[in-house]
Design a binder for this molecule. Sequence first.
Ligand code: URP
Ligand code: ZN
Ligand code: ZN
Ligand code: ZN
Length: 473
Amino acid sequence: MTLTFIHGGTVVSATGSQPLDVLVDGETIVAVLQPGATALGADLTGTAEVVIDATGKYVIPGGVDGHTHMQMPFGGTEASDTFETGTRAAAWGGTTTIVDFVVQKPGERVQDTLGAWHQKAAGKCAVDYGFHQIIGEVNDESLKGMSELVSEGVTSFKLFMAYPGVFYSTDGQILRAMQSAGDLGALLMMHAENGIAIDVLVEQAIARGDTAPYFHGTSRPWQLEEEATHRAIMLAQVTGAPLYVVHVSAKQALEQIATARGNGQNVFGESCPQYLYLSLEEQLGAPGFEGAKWVCSTPLRSRAEGHQDELWRYLRTGDVTAVSTDHCPFCMKDQKEMGIGDFSKIPNGIGGVEHRMDLMFQGVKSGQISLERWVEVCCTTPARMFGMYPRKGVISPGADADIVIYDPNGHTSIGLGKTHHMNMDYSAYEGFEIDGHVDTVLSRGRVVIDDGKYLGSAGHGRFVKRELSQNLI
Ligand code: URP
Ligand code: ZN
Ligand code: ZN
Ligand code: ZN
């Protein structure tokens, strides 16, 4: 087995940072050592097959992106990254585990859909992957199927209060699914937007001739995110089930989450870089059809209303528990373009799996979050919330050797086209200049990114059979 020695760097965890050397045997971290001229360290530098000098760099756990949609069917098309291209892009950006969503549509058996998603991903992924299950139709059969899925390592379930006629669940269905999740100890994830009211506003906007991408945002107002978030929290309280609200963008929704958490309820908020950095005015409101690049749900929010600053604040208080990307890329050509003249036909989603670690590191540079909080929200907490800790999300003996050597003095330019590796014909973050650089990435002990070279392979990434989450609040 290959012995790998990473020396000279600063190991960062969710609780602190210190100069430490890391020894990897095969796929596993076997020791974290005090640095310096110890006999062992000197010996390892001479004898390990792979020696990585991390002087001046951070040595962090590989990123865990708990929310991606590779090749997801949506609105008559499919997300443009396959499991192969999307996980390769993840590796480039220092993310070594993704948790993607299996989609059950009405009429399908959840077990069958899980099988179908295994087929899409098996042998294709550059980094490790797990699955959540979307339940598109809550009924006796899908509820029964949940326990089977849990035993197969799919321990979290997403429901939608949005998209009537597609994924939408009624309050009664939500209540039943929460009861089942609570009984199983599984985590219930919620897309919290009042889809019934939104559909009326969308129809009215189109009828008025307000067809540009900007009106995607205004027809999904924050009140309908706050209301749905509150309703989900109350339903969860009735059932006693833990609740993880995905892709929160409205500060008022986060206030609901913060209040519930303050009252001791197991409620968690997830947000994404797009909601921290981008806005209704600047991106969705771009001239012509440009804004389509940033059509996603929940939508980007108004900077004038101050959602972005409040999200950063909630990231510090802990009420934003984890940061994922909700990576769901669609190209402008032939995909986003389906909605020219009618924003409601634009496939919803933004790609960003490659940029999360870099983007969130900018919060460290600007003093908005600590170095340790960066690792916590991007690596450790998602691993813990989704039943992969301590195998993932931490640099400690026994953990998978998913390791990123991050250069805080490096630089990354996000430009058009070729500067990213996602299968998209644009970048949602075009023009962003990043202080910091992903230098080296190890996925289960194998160097997959080294100094601007991809050394990984499709099929190296394995399915992670997840445990139930523990000790939530
Ligand atoms: O616009 C989004 N978020 N697309 C992906 C599907 C979802 O709701 O997460
Ligand atoms: Zn969603
Ligand atoms: Zn999503
Ligand atoms: Zn560098």
